[in-house]
Design a protein around this ligand. Structure first.
Ligand code: GDP
Length: 308
């Protein structure tokens, strides 16, 4: 049984962890967004890869959704005292990951080799693949020009008016193993990640869309939107900026043609007909994954629904 899931950070890692808990070791492959990656004080930071790694290694701060549980921020405070920008929060323990990644990249390893090394050292029995080893970056277009994704997301706390989203490096090559993993999957999942800035970049990697389209197995998505708003973050604002309705139906429309199954929250059953008319089967259930149990339960429910 091979399961492949596309993921961003916080929302995607929740279902990754749920799947990881219920599947036999070695069954899960996560294909993770790297378009949020950026350089911070000379270090290469891959926020979504780190969130996936920490989640599957059991290190995550589940309340906050990112970073390492129990981490401290002394280094960040020291940077602030020295007059340096400190708006991107890097914890003291988290810093070790960024130092090692940067060193290993400088030594000539690719991002996927670095990630495999982390996966191995953290004893994670799953495959975590960056979508690409090349430079793929999200730029946010606004009335004054364009800004890098982290500037929009963290510094401006997604309050900037968005006119569009652009991907630098669109059409880049996939990481070795990405297309094969999709092609050989028995179940393909799109996590409840931000469709616009977490999943869309992965779909801009060469061959990914075609590999998904040609799958004979089920392709299931989970909505990051419940009612009229995102569970967290700017997914609603970004969908609206691109002309989609801010609802699970709007997300289904975004993935129209790509997915065969779609999971929405149990309070959104009024949308079932509209989503079915897009050619998808719909499951309405509890899709809020606050606890470890709720992550595993949703993963189990999806497997039962799709495979039976
Ligand atoms: P990011 O890169 O850290 O922003 O992470 P993702 O793109 O993977 O996840 C962000 C998305 O996850 C947001 O759009 C949220 O609405 C969604 N999300 C967060 N927690 C949950 C949850 O418990 N259930 C569902 N269905 N969506 C969630």
């Amino acid at each position: 049984m091979k399961v492949v899931a596309l993921s961003g950070g916080v929302g995607g890692a929740k279902i990754l962890l749920g799947l990881y808990r219920i599947l036999p070791p070695g069954s899960l492959t996560a294909i993770v967004n790297v378009a949020d990656d950026f350089e911070w004080h000379g270090l290469h930071i891959s926020p979504d890869l780190d969130t996936a790694l920490y989640a599957l290694a059991g290190l995550s701060d589940y309340g906050r959704g990112w970073g390492i549980a129990g981490d401290t921020f002394n280094m960040l405070e020291a940077l602030r005292l020295l007059g340096e920008p400190s708006w991107f929060a890097v914890g003291d323990r988290d810093l070790a990951t960024h130092i090692l990644r940067t060193r290993w990249l400088a030594e000539g390893l690719s991002l996927s080799e670095v990630t495999a090394r982390f996966t191995d050292r953290l004893r994670i029995a799953a495959t975590i693949l960056p979508a690409t080893n090349e430079t793929l970056r999200t730029w946010i277009r606004h009335p004054g020009g364009v800004m890098a994704f982290q500037e929009y997301f963290v510094l401006n706390r997604w309050q900037t008016e968005v006119e569009g989203v652009e991907f630098q490096g669109s059409g880049c090559d996939p990481t070795p193993g990405v297309l094969q993993a999709i092609e050989q999957s028995d179940l393909f999942v799109v996590g409840p990640s931000n469709p616009v800035v977490s999943i869309w970049p992965i779909l801009h990697v060469k061959g990914v869309r075609d590999a998904i389209y040609s799958l004979r197995s089920a392709r299931v998505g989970i909505s990051p939107i419940v009612g009229g708003s995102a569970v967290s973050g700017p997914a609603g604002k970004l969908l609206k900026a691109l002309g989609y309705q801010v609802s699970a139906a709007g997300v289904a429309q975004f993935y129209s043609g790509l997915l065969t199954h779609f999971v929405i929250h149990r309070t959104d059953t009024d949308l079932v007909g509209r989503i079915e008319s897009l050619g998808m089967r719909v499951l309405a259930t509890d899709i809020i994954m606050g606890s470890l149990e709720s992550k595993a339960r949703l993963a189990e429910e999806i497997l039962q629904w799709v495979l039976n």
